[in-house]
Design a protein around this ligand. Structure first.
Ligand code: HEM
Length: 329
């Protein structure tokens, strides 16, 4: 059901562009107003969410059980798993952000011969990594539309990406990896019963949206040609806050662009915020030194304690009379 309902929303969004641009001629709305609104909502949403997270109290270190924390000198500490200094935290963070290290350890649980067995599951990690890197590459390559002159780095990236020079225009490797990886992530969600069971529209919709963006982009590049010069005029106009919508931009571009806007608006309210969340995750970004340093909850209320010594002082005479042992005579 969730698989279908999310697809229906994507179809509705595409239908909206056909109606708005194709029938009602609202190019300015879809080419200028919606993109500006989307980027504003995106920035405001991300900033507010990060500020909200930053305000969440994290009084204690949260050591994970993966490695030995630093304690006694003769016990070997594992500075990457349980960092006791900033270098360990940096190492753990870099491996997490660039290589998805915790996902690499992901295991799958199956029942075989009436027994639970755990196995390695690297598919999610490989597809996740492939998707994120190809997305990043494509995203950066897109700056050629917004920058004039096109920075040399973009040209180099484009040359690298079209290395095999298959077809005209040459096929970008990242396009294949991008679509392939998102498809694997989608199929995994639908095919594995346990994963399907816990999947919600919030899991399917971003995948559809990303597939929609990639699909329309690929369509524009390889099949239904669009006027790139006009698109570049629109993009540079938007960036320089002098927006114009030139004639002759195909509907496929408006669908692509609108889906990107939807992605931007949807972003701060969705699980996609993990892109900022990973940096704020206490199990990744805190030094695990609870055995070396005592961390006291800073907002603990002042507690009036009554120590044993004080208690003994209070009842010393009575205790002595009763023949009870005393710590201090
Ligand atoms: C989340 C952001 C975006 C993603 C993931 C994305 C993805 C893609 C992909 C996969 C392609 C296929 C060809 C290629 O890899 O270059 C493509 C093409 C294209 N995209 Fe995007 N896109 C995004 C944002 C945008 C934006 C903001 C614009 C507005 C200028 C845009 C305009 C285009 C155009 C004009 C093409 C056709 C390129 C050509 O014919 O060479 N895209 N996009």
């Amino acid at each position: 059901m969730h698989v279908i309902s999310s697809l229906f929303i994507l179809a509705l969004l595409i239908g909206l562009v056909f109606l708005g641009v194709g029938v009602l001629d609202l190019q300015y709305l879809f080419g200028v107003i919606i993109p500006y609104a989307a980027i504003t909502l995106f920035l405001a949403g991300v900033i507010l969410k990060v500020l909200k997270w930053a305000g969440a109290p994290v009084p204690f270190r949260i050591p994970t059980t993966c490695g030995q924390q630093k304690s006694l000198s003769f016990i070997k500490a594992d500075n990457l798993e349980a960092p006791h200094n900033i270098w360990g935290v940096l190492g753990r963070m870099i491996l997490e952000v660039f290589f998805f290290r915790s996902l690499f350890r992901n295991t799958k649980t199956e029942i075989k011969d009436e027994k639970i067995v755990y196995g390695s599951d690297k598919l999610l990690w490989a597809a996740g990594l492939a998707f994120h890197y190809s997305f990043l590459f494509i995203f950066l390559r897109h700056f050629k539309f917004f920058a004039e002159p096109v920075p040399q780095l973009m040209s180099i990236m484009q040359k690298l990406d079209g290395f095999f020079q298959i077809g005209v225009p040459e096929l970008f490797l990242t396009d294949i990896v991008f679509i392939g990886a998102v498809t694997v992530l989608f199929i995994r969600r639908v095919v594995i019963p346990q994963v399907r069971y816990i999947s919600l529209p919030a899991d399917y919709f971003p995948l559809y949206l990303i597939l929609g963006i990639g699909g329309t982009g690929i369509c524009m590049r390889y099949f239904s040609k669009v006027d790139i010069v006009a698109i570049k005029q629109l993009a540079t106009g938007l960036i320089s806050l002098n927006p114009i919508v030139p004639e002759g931009i195909g509907i496929m571009f408006f669908i692509h662009f609108f889906l990107v806007c939807v992605l931007f608006v949807y972003f701060p309210f969705s699980k996609l915020m993990h892109f900022a969340g990973v940096f704020m995750s206490p199990t990744r970004n805190l030094i695990n030194n609870s055995r070396v340093k005592r961390h006291i909850n800073p907002w603990n209320p002042e507690v009036k304690v009554h120590t044993y010594a004080e208690w003994e002082d209070e009842f010393r005479e009575v205790m002595k009379d009763a023949g009870m042992p005393l710590e201090k005579e």
